[in-house]
Design a binder for this molecule. Structure first.
Ligand code: ADP
Ligand code: NA
Length: 330
């Protein structure tokens, strides 16, 4: 069948994924398995743009794959693999580096954010060019749709620009992809700082819901979420960012609309909303954690899923790379 392609990647740096990763990205990976020929990868080559302990990186790559399976990726219906198992990523990455202007790369705001944390002079050239490796990640699979959070929109724009540039210079080679961003969950906010995105690296530890946290920890974080001095449960991202973020999470996990929730909690306090939401999140993460551990406890199955995934991915990637090399005169 000629289904459209979907492709996305997630970094193994964090160990545990957080609720922003899940609602903004992973949930869409799962949904797109039904409609798209889907490729999802743990992007370990992106992780080494900042220093990594090799033992931790290896463990976190497996942990990430286990979490993606626990979230609902089905190796019978999608291709799940580890980026470094498919050497074509680095090879097409180099080609894309040679197609990108220095000024163009310098405009990527994610680099500015990520390098600021380390001091711009300590950042690696790899961190600077990681969006360009991401371009190769996407183009190798001729992806139509790239499920990501809002923070990745600029990188998908770069991908489109480079694909068009290559096609124009060397002949039609790459599909022009589009971001698949679900507006309502494109940005989940930090529970303690609801103007900033929930993030492992940038946010506050207490404002971050790790999917592998103990239920007690999760409950406590939700119950101490920052709200406002009003007592009205209303969705208003400007005046009530904290409450709005809680409503977004609630609505997405239960399928109840925001309007229905506003009605349900009319006249009730923030405490009631938080208590209920804590229960909902805990009910979601408890079986998720259990499934993750089941995959980790069965390393043979996990290895075999990833080996088959890499083989399927490589077949597609090798064909695209061969075409690109041929067009380039390589
Ligand atoms: P991080 O941004 O935490 O370093 P990644 O860069 O690996 O994590 O992102 C994995 C995916 O999760 C990306 O598609 C990204 O857009 C998405 N994502 C990350 N944080 C959030 C958030 N707070 N809200 C929505 N989506 C997010
Ligand atoms: Na990100």
């Amino acid at each position: 069948a000629n289904r459209p392609r979907a492709l996305s990647g997630i970094q193994p740096t964090s160990g545990s994924f957080h609720l922003g990763n899940y609602l903004g990205a992973i949930r869409q990976y799962v949904a797109l398995q039904e409609t798209h020929d889907s490729f999802y990868m743990v992007v370990d080559l992106h992780a080494i743009t900042v220093p990594q302990d090799p033992k931790d990186l290896r463990a976190n790559t497996r942990l990430s794959a286990a979490q993606l399976l626990a979230a609902g990726l089905d190796p019978e219906r999608c291709t799940l693999f580890v980026q470094s198992h498919v050497p074509e990523h680095a090879q097409l990455g180099w080609v894309m580096n040679c197609l990108t202007g220095f000024g163009e790369a310098s405009r990527m705001t994610q680099f500015k954010d990520k390098s600021a944390k380390q001091g711009a002079n300590n950042a690696t050239v790899g961190l600077f060019t990681y969006p360009i490796l991401q371009v190769a990640d996407i183009l190798l699979y001729q992806a139509d749709a790239v499920p990501v959070g809002e923070d990745q929109r600029q990188h998908i724009e770069l991908t489109r620009d480079l694909a068009e540039r290559f096609n124009q210079r060397y002949g039609q080679t790459f599909t022009i992809p589009a971001p698949h961003i679900v507006k309502e969950v494109a940005k989940i906010y930090d529970l303690q700082d609801p103007m900033a995105k929930m993030s492992k690296s940038a946010g506050t530890p207490k404002g971050l819901i790790n999917l592998l946290d103990e239920p007690k920890v999760t409950e406590k974080k939700i119950k101490s979420a920052v709200t406002d001095t009003e007592a009205e449960i209303r969705f208003d991202t400007e005046k009530k960012p904290g409450v709005s973020n809680l409503l977004t999470i609630y609505s997405t996990l239960t399928g109840e609309t925001i309007a229905a929730l506003e009605e349900k909690y009319e006249g009730k306090g923030y405490g009631a909303l938080k208590t209920d939401l804590a229960g909902i999140v805990v009910d979601f993460v408890t079986p998720f954690r259990q499934r993750t551990h089941e995959y980790l406890d069965d390393p043979e199955t996990l290895d075999s899923i990833l080996a088959k995934g890499a083989e399927k991915a490589r077949a597609v990637a090798a064909e695209t790379l061969a075409q690109a090399y041929d067009r380039l005169g390589l």
